[in-house]
Design a protein around this ligand. Structure first.
Ligand code: CP3
Length: 331
């Protein structure tokens, strides 16, 4: 491809009127669990913008329920886990499951989407630390005090939980690729809360095991986190083939830290979509200049698109990325 591919995390969502209209009639979990609705929402941004990839509409947390961790989305609060996982006994009660049966609704959505889509379809799942943090905290957390408390205080219990999550997620991602997903993204969104030593001790072995479980799948494997400037090199060792860089690290520096021979995805600050057009496009150019037309750059935001984002700004960025000829390297 002679232009930089572009898609946005959370490209289907509340900033789109079509999405809000559908959500007035259905809960978040209904949309995730009804293939026709998940398909419709996945397609909304593909119809509206010239994105180069679609991402399955679902949520990171859907594998928790069949493991024995039911949850729901509460208005204004995000996800709430009914009975958080806090003890060795709680972890022992969890189970692996067959995603081809218990998450068949997402796999069916993937199969239906592949018939409709002309652009590649990305599947996804959460990484062990990020998923464990919701299971343990019971919802969103700023400091991950209980999660880190379990890690430091009961390392054997932590490792049992993280290993189970790694196996569940690897199996779910394999099932997504079997169903037709042409790339996968592992969301390790909150991993930046750990320093490198804790990452290596408590998380790396599990993420490595997860990516090892995907090694024979011939699709790009994106490993995404935020606040990860200090972790990019060790993330690379974990085995993803594309490393997500958030906006706190300039893209070229992040790419250098991740190393030669790996692709990178990023990294516009999502709040720039609220900025005046000139500043927005200047910063898009800055990302593209830092990528310098090198093969292996996927343009994205540094994190998900925010509710309230103006749709015209999304369109302007996607079109601007496609029109960019600034590197001088393209023929
Ligand atoms: O990128 C995509 O478009 C794919 C779909 C997707 C959603 N959430 C849809 C969603 C993906 C990949 C996610 C990731 C996700 N979900 C994460 C990873 C963290 C991240 O953002 O990187 C986490 C922790 C979750 C769990 C979750 N789901 C939270 C914390 C929330 C509430 C956040 C909020 O902004 O209110 C959700 C709800 C959610 N997931 C929405 C969407 C579009 C909003 C749902 C709605 O109210 O309509």
């Amino acid at each position: 491809m002679d232009r930089t591919p572009v898609w946005f995390m959370r490209q289907a969502g509340r900033y789109m009127a079509e999405y809000r209209a559908l959500r007035e009639k259905h809960t978040m979990l209904e949309v995730c669990r009804t293939p026709e609705l998940a398909v419709e929402v996945t397609l909304q941004p593909i119809r509206a913008f010239d994105f180069d990839a679609a991402i399955l509409f679902s949520d990171l947390l859907v594998p928790l329920a069949p493991m024995g961790i039911p949850f729901d989305f509460h208005k204004g609060e995000g996800p709430v886990v009914e009975k958080p996982v806090r003890t060795a006994g709680d972890v022992a009660a969890l189970r692996a499951f067959e995603p081809r049966e218990e998450l068949s609704y997402s796999l069916e959505a993937i199969r239906l989407l592949r018939r409709e889509l002309k652009v590649p379809l990305i599947g996804f799942a959460g990484a062990p630390f990020t998923l464990a943090s919701y299971a343990i905290e019971g919802g969103h957390s700023n400091h991950f005090a209980r999660t880190k408390g379990l890690m430091y205080g009961e390392p054997a219990t932590w490792h049992r939980l993280a290993a189970l999550l790694a196996d569940v997620v690897a199996d779910y991602l394999r099932a997504q690729v079997e169903a037709g997903a042409q790339a996968v993204q592992v969301f390790d969104s909150w991993i930046g809360a750990l320093d490198e030593a804790d990452y290596r001790e408590f998380v790396f072995p599990h993420v490595r095991r997860l990516f090892d479980g995907l090694a024979n799948l011939d699709v790009p494997k994106i490993h995404f986190g935020t606040g990860t400037g200090h972790l990019l090199a060790v993330q690379r060792e974990a085995g993803g083939t594309v490393i997500g860089v958030d906006w706190r690290t300039p893209l070229d520096e992040g790419w250098a830290r991740a190393g030669e021979g790996v692709a990178v995805q990023g990294n516009l600050d999502p709040t720039l979509l609220f900025a005046p057009r000139e500043r927005l496009l200047e910063r898009v150019d800055d990302v593209l200049r830092r990528a310098a037309g090198r093969p292996g750059h996927v343009f994205n935001l540094g994190h998900g698109i925010l509710p309230g984002t103006p749709v015209e700004a999304v369109k302007a960025v996607v079109d601007h990325v496609h029109e960019w000829k600034g590197s001088g390297l393209e023929s």
